[in-house]
Design a protein around this ligand. Sequence first.
Ligand code: SF4
Length: 434
Amino acid sequence: MELVKNVVCPFCGTLCDDIICKVEGDEIVGTMNACRIGHSKFVHTEGAMRWKKPQIRDENGELVETTYDEAIERAAQVLAKSKRPLMYGWSCTDCDAQAAGMALAENTKAIVDNTASVCHGPSVLALQDVGYPICTFGEVKNRADVVVYWGCNPMHAHPRHLSRHVFARGFFRERGRSDRTLIVVDPRESDSSKLADIHIQVGYNQDYELLDAMRACMMGHEILYDEVAGVPKEDIEAVVEVLKNAQFGILFFGMGITHSRGKHRNIDTAIMLTQDLNNFGKFTLIPMRGHYNVTGFNQVATWESGYPYCIDFATGIPRYNPGETGSNDLLQSKEADAMMVIASDPGAHFPQKSLERMAEIPVIAIEPHRTPTTELADIILPPAIVGMETDGTAYRMEGVPIRMRKVVNSDLLSDREILEKLMKRVMEIKTASK
Ligand code: SF4
């Protein structure tokens, strides 16, 4: 058995780069340092179904094994014919594949969108309005004496986040956890809130009101009510004092405020609170980005087109209008007439109304495993998995790029190779039909 060190975990936005993989032949049989979720991505689960060959659905609705050439031909025909193709996913693949996808979208006049539109998209809208005062993880570990997790539960969703940045001893925080005040804001008593020094049990869907009261209090105004969002006035005043007295504070925030009432307005108030706290000490924030390379897609899309997600190439000039050009908008308005899904599972994670449209239109899935999306797909192209079977670049949640390692070999094409072949064939079809 061989030990491969310094492997990067291809699961969550924490993007841990200290994983050790235990390898036997061309199989990862174990890990060290990875959390339970990371470990289960690296190690094949007995019984889990991995596509070893491309598939196409026949006239009886059955999936039939085929070659890459045949599946790519079918997929290219779908994309070349479609008037309003949607290309969705992208957050579980590397930046080179994402760049190849942007080129394919531009050449097929498609709409290209990633999981941000169902995740931290509201945070993107907010930062475009009011700003983005962030820092890197190293600064949190070395300097932060006040750490806030607002609307997120890292113990379940980013399991090593706390140990790497809060419990860790840093240059100016030699005692680790005991040098920091940990605040969790969550309506539920979560496993993360159980570790906190202060748990603010905000009323569900009332984060905006609470943030507003905190900002007013911070600026020296009286809070108008005895209780805001279920939190007594004195508790709000006490927590604002903790934030104002921070030498270096960090606000991590998640789906609890991007998905609840107010969405992007919750985030822009949180950003303004963070900015205003810099009148007292140093305060920054970091969105708890979900997939290991959701940030990478928004980076690639922005430097290629000027826009981070929901990008419409229909006129040949990129256009951006979340609310109209998001994946769920296009599916629910029945505007999309074909869909290519890559490195994502909308079949499991989109609302029913969007799935109804997916069932009506041709769906191409570039996906290694059997998922609810491949159940809806007409063409399945299985890739080698980034970070295990092929290398590539990913961006951590606060924008640090890290090179993913190839640990074992695979006969399958990478996402980038599939997309490049697909683009070559689509262009041939389009040129021939002119
Ligand atoms: S915390 Fe995230 S990146 Fe780190 S090992 Fe777990 S799943 Fe992987």
